[in-house]
Design a binder for this molecule. Structure first.
Ligand code: PMP
Length: 406
């Protein structure tokens, strides 16, 4: 399976822009992706001609909207090979999905003496919710350290994992380093001590086929805006027994079975976790993004990015004074780096003047920056639409940056 990248690029209107009078080179897809035309058109059609509330109206427009919203859930379930659409909870995004697990599952299942095991390469969204929930429950948050190449210290992981650990919560692909974690093995190990495992799939789901049943994770989280879909929506996949064991975390309309002024009973998952009028338009856009990604094939996207990645790495290797951060043997298609003579934000500012958009900062992973003794990195990240010309433009801009800074 493969596709023509130039044909594909034409289907992303956002790529056609300019920056500082130069054609835009967009190399920040790990932060957020440009939108596929089918997503834009689907949301536009729904907003113009099909819009109505869901799960409430008895009239045709609302019944139609409800069917479209629930079709989106099916499309997301299919994309991740979930056993059923009822395993998919719509959330506001990956951060929101992790907070849901922390505040619902965590509050119900954690107490003093219990441990949550994360890693030293987590995004803040997979650290702070656990710190908050530990303060609340008395559980303890522990983390697995990293090796110098940015991979997980698996010997340390084995030592830290014992029956006190009730949850392992791990980033699948590290947004600051590119490391791909061996989540199938980690899931097996977690289950062997009776722990659940949450996989933060924000950075893996856009780049490789994901089969939540093959991963055997209890929870998997993602954001639609990194999957060529809209902002404001994401998903939590949960195994049925895990979701069943979780109380509501937000109260309101639609998550109930029966409400009296004294007491309420709650709907079954996933409705139990979707209080209030949901982001209907965004859910439908998310469903379309998943359907489009399945059509083009995650295998094809993975193959395309894997073909380009060595070119990107060689371009960076040829820049004097550039140092990569994160060179684990198993790595995804993003590169973090620093450069002699300048801060990461200087690099990004110089690249921006050349029309090249890259991220600079701590990438919401300050513990990773601390581990490597740096304040920030610059980061190039690939998407399904990245081509060789993008990488060559970035290379030329980086040479300019090296000349200016050193
Ligand atoms: N986890 C990882 C690995 C991420 O890269 C991100 C986004 N940078 C998040 C979680 C949070 O995603 P969101 O901001 O869309 O909720």
């Amino acid at each position: 399976m493969s596709y023509n990248v130039d044909t594909l690029r034409a289907e992303f209107p956002g790529l056609a822009g300019e920056a500082h009078g130069k054609p835009l080179v967009y190399l920040d897809s790990a932060a957020t992706t440009q939108k596929h035309i089918s997503v834009i058109e689907r949301m536009d059609r729904f907003l113009r001609y099909e819009y109505g509330t869901v799960h409430r109206g008895m009239y045709a427009r609302s019944v139609g909207s409800t069917a479209m919203y629930e079709l989106a859930r099916e499309q997301v379930a299919r994309f991740f090979n979930a056993p059923s659409e009822s395993n998919i909870v719509f959330t506001m995004g990956c951060t929101d999905a992790i907070n849901l697990v922390a505040w619902s599952w965590g509050r119900a299942h954690l107490s003093a003496g219990d441990r949550i095991l994360i890693t030293g390469m987590e995004h803040h969204s997979n650290i702070v919710p656990w710190q908050l929930v530990c303060e609340f429950t008395g559980a303890e948050l522990i983390h697995c350290p990293l090796l110098d190449d940015g991979s997980l210290d698996l010997a340390a992981f084995d030592e830290l994992l014992d029956e006190r650990v009730k949850l392992v919560s791990v980033i699948h692909v590290a947004n600051s380093l590119g490391t791909i974690n061996p989540v199938v093995d980690l899931a097996r190990k977690a289950h062997a001590v009776g722990a659940r495992i949450l996989v933060d799939g924000a950075q893996s789901s856009p780049h490789m086929p994901i089969d939540v049943q093959a991963l055997d994770c209890d929870f998997f989280t993602c954001s639609a805006h990194k999957l060529y879909g809209p902002t404001g929506i994401g998903a939590l996949y949960g195994k049925a027994d895990a979701l069943q064991s979780m109380p509501p975390w937000r109260g309101g309309g639609e998550m109930i079975e029966r409400v009296t002024l004294e007491k309420s009973t709650y709907a079954e998952p996933p409705a139990r976790f979707e209080a209030g009028t949901p982001p209907i338009v965004e859910a439908i856009g998310f469903g379309q993004a998943c359907a489009w990604l399945q059509e083009i094939g995650m295998d094809a996207i993975q193959a395309h990015e894997r073909e380009l990645f060595p070119i990107a790495e060689q371009i960076l290797a040829d820049i004097p004074g550039l140092h990569r951060i994160g060179t684990a043997p198993e790595r995804s298609t993003l590169c973090s780096f620093v450069m002699d003579g300048g801060h990461a934000s200087d690099i990004a500012a110089i690249l921006d003047m050349e029309g090249v958009a890259v991220r600079a900062g701590h990438h919401c992973a300050q513990p990773v920056m601390d581990r490597f003794g740096i304040p920030a990195t610059a980061r190039i990240s690939l998407g399904c639409y990245t081509n060789v010309a993008d990488l060559e433009r970035a290379g030329a801009a980086l040479r300019k940056a090296a000349d200016m800074l050193q």
